[in-house]
Design a protein around this ligand. Sequence first.
Ligand code: IPE
Ligand code: IPE
Ligand code: MG
Length: 249
Amino acid sequence: MTAPQVVPHHIAIVMDGNGRWANRRFLPRVAGHKQGVDVLRRCVKDCAQRGVSVLTVFAFSSENWNRPAEEVSGLMDLLAMALAREVPQLKADGVRLFFVGERAGLSAKVRAGLAQGEAATAENTRLILNVCFNYGGRWDITQAAAKLAGQGAPVTEASLAGALALSHVPDPDLIIRTGGEQRLSNFLLWQAAYAELYFSDKLWPEFDDAELGQAIAAFNQRERRFGKTSAQLKSPDGVAPSMAEAQKC
Ligand code: IPE
Ligand code: IPE
Ligand code: MG
């Protein structure tokens, strides 16, 4: 009998590959981003169905401002449109939305949409969806340090973690990146410390529940040691058997 699979409590995804998906179809890059929103809608449902508690997605990085102006404005319009269209369904599905990132650089319209989306879903408890937009791990660590400095608070691991933009959720258990690249691109630099990483060759617009299942299956094959030894994890009291005891076995 195979043991039942553990569902990661918190999954984070770098949704990469929209541009290549569009290029292959001779479509403008923004068409790939539109398709990406449809896939995210499906993925949120699949995660909720599978019992995931927190889903964090990377939608626009601090560095994505450096893309052509047309693509950047297309992404801003898409965010505003997606907010208007998706929030009622998210609300009905029990999803609580959080926007994670620097809001100052965003238009008043987008900022108002973000605040409304968060307020409309604030009572929901089935799944937390963190949308990282205008987000970078370095931005987050810097703003957290600046917050503590402003308060004259001591800097400890716990105080810094508490000042980060994702302090409302535990660290991710599994980080998935689609699109074939094997890098973090400034995503969750602090929180990734002990996450399991899964890289998929599928482009984000091709990601589906079967691929999510593959990632969860791979996660179940990993041994998360958090600095301990394998033997420590296997002994019932969490203490590694001494050499003499081990030789008795
Ligand atoms: C990820 O897809 C979405 C954003 C960065 C906004 P890309 O747009 O980076 O797609 P590729 O990597 O160029 O294919
Ligand atoms: C990371 O993808 C950002 C998002 C998915 C939002 P990029 O496409 O921007 O990353 P790089 O430039 O390939 O590292
Ligand atoms: Mg990319």
